[in-house]
Write a protein that binds this ligand. Structure first.
Ligand code: SAM
Length: 267
C-alpha cells in the first residue's frame, strides 16, 4: 500500500497552505472574535491559525484535529502559548456550553457527517455563541484541479486504479443549501456566501497548493476500494503536474479559480 494522508501533508503544510491561510482572513473578519471570548478551532491543522486566535483573545483557546501528526506539529510550535491542542474527531467532541466561538477554516469539507458535527457544535457553544466556517464548496470546487483529475481519470497509467477512488469530501452547490444545513441543526444563519476567487500562480505553485490539501484525499489509500502502489502515486502526481503546466497563459501563469463558502451562524 502506498499513498498519502494528512500526516504526510502535515510535514509540508506550513509552507504550502497559502490558499487556506489567505482564505482565513475573511473568516476572521466575519467572526470578529472579541478580546475575552472562549474559542474552539475545529480541524486546527498545524496550529498557525489557532495561535492567531490566541493573540486576539485572553479567553480559553482549544484546537482539535483528527490527525496525530498535525497536533504534534501544533504542540511543537505552540505548546507554550497557553493553547490546548487535542487529537479528536470533530464528530466526537463532547463540550457543553463552553465556547463563544467555533472557528473552522478549510476543514468542514472533510467532515463525513456534517449534521452530527453541527449538533456537537451547537451543544459546545454558549447561548448566542457563533460558529464560522470557510471551506471549498461545489463539486467543481476548483475547475483547475478538476481538469487535472479528469486527465488522471482517462490516462492509461492511472485510469484503471482511479476508477476505484471514492471522493471523501462533502460539498454543497449553493449558499442556500449550506444555510439550510445549519438551520436544520437549529442555528440562526447570519451570513452565507459562496465566493469565486481568482488568483494567479506559477504551475509549480498550483501543484504545491494541490499538495497542501487535495492530495490527502486523492492519494489516500483509505479512499480506494483496491490497494494503491508507489507507481500509481508517482504517475498520478506527474499527470496532475503536467496538466497544471498545460493550463498556463501567455505569461506562464495559471489563473486558479476556487469556490469557497463563508458562513456565520448563531446558537
Ligand atoms: C486543510 S487543513 C486546515 C487546517 C487549518 N484549519 C488551516 O486552515 O490552516 C484540514 C484539517 O482538517 C482535519 N480534519 C479532517 N477531518 C477531520 C475530522 N473529522 N475531525 C477533525 N479534524 C479533521 C485534517 O486533519 C486537517 O488538519
Amino acid at each position: 500500500m502506498s499513498g498519502i494522508t494528512f500526516s504526510e501533508v502535515a510535514k509540508s503544510y506550513d509552507k504550502t497552505s497559502i490558499v487556506q491561510k489567505s482564505a482565513s482572513e475573511k473568516l476572521f473578519e466575519l467572526l470578529s472574535i472579541k478580546p475575552t471570548e472562549d474559542v474552539l478551532d475545529l480541524g486546527c491543522g498545524t496550529g498557525d491559525l489557532t495561535v492567531k486566535i490566541r493573540k486576539i483573545t485572553s479567553g480559553k483557546v482549544i484546537g482539535i484535529d483528527v490527525e496525530k501528526e498535525m497536533i504534534e506539529k501544533s504542540l511543537n510550535k505552540y505548546g507554550k502559548k497557553n493553547i490546548t491542542f487535542k487529537v479528536k474527531r470533530a464528530e466526537e467532541i463532547n463540550y457543553k456550553d463552553e465556547f463563544d466561538v467555533i472557528f473552522c477554516n478549510s476543514a468542514f469539507q472533510w467532515f463525513k457527517n456534517p449534521d452530527i458535527v453541527l449538533q456537537k457544535c451547537y451543544e459546545a457553544l454558549k447561548t448566542k455563541g457563533r460558529i464560522g466556517i470557510q471551506a471549498p464548496a461545489r463539486k467543481v470546487y476548483s475547475p483547475n484541479f478538476i481538469q487535472a483529475i479528469e486527465e488522471v481519470k482517462k490516462h492509461p497509467k492511472t485510469k484503471d486504479v482511479f476508477k476505484f477512488f471514492e471522493e471523501p469530501w462533502f460539498f454543497l452547490e449553493s449558499a442556500e443549501e449550506y444555510k439550510e444545513l445549519f438551520e436544520r441543526n437549529n442555528f440562526e444563519v447570519l451570513y452565507a456566501e459562496i465566493e469565486e476567487k481568482h488568483t494567479k500562480h506559477t504551475p509549480e505553485e498550483v501543484y504545491n497548493i494541490f499538495n497542501s490539501g487535495a492530495v490527502a484525499g486523492y492519494l489516500n489509500p483509505k479512499y480506494y476500494k483496491i490497494p494503491i502502489d508507489e507507481t500509481y502515486a508517482k504517475a498520478f502526481r506527474e499527470i496532475v503536474k503536467e496538466n497544471f503546466y498545460n493550463q498556463v497563459d501567455e505569461e506562464g501563469k495559471v489563473e486558479l479559480v476556487f469556490y469557497r463558502v463563508y458562513l456565520i451562524a448563531k446558537k
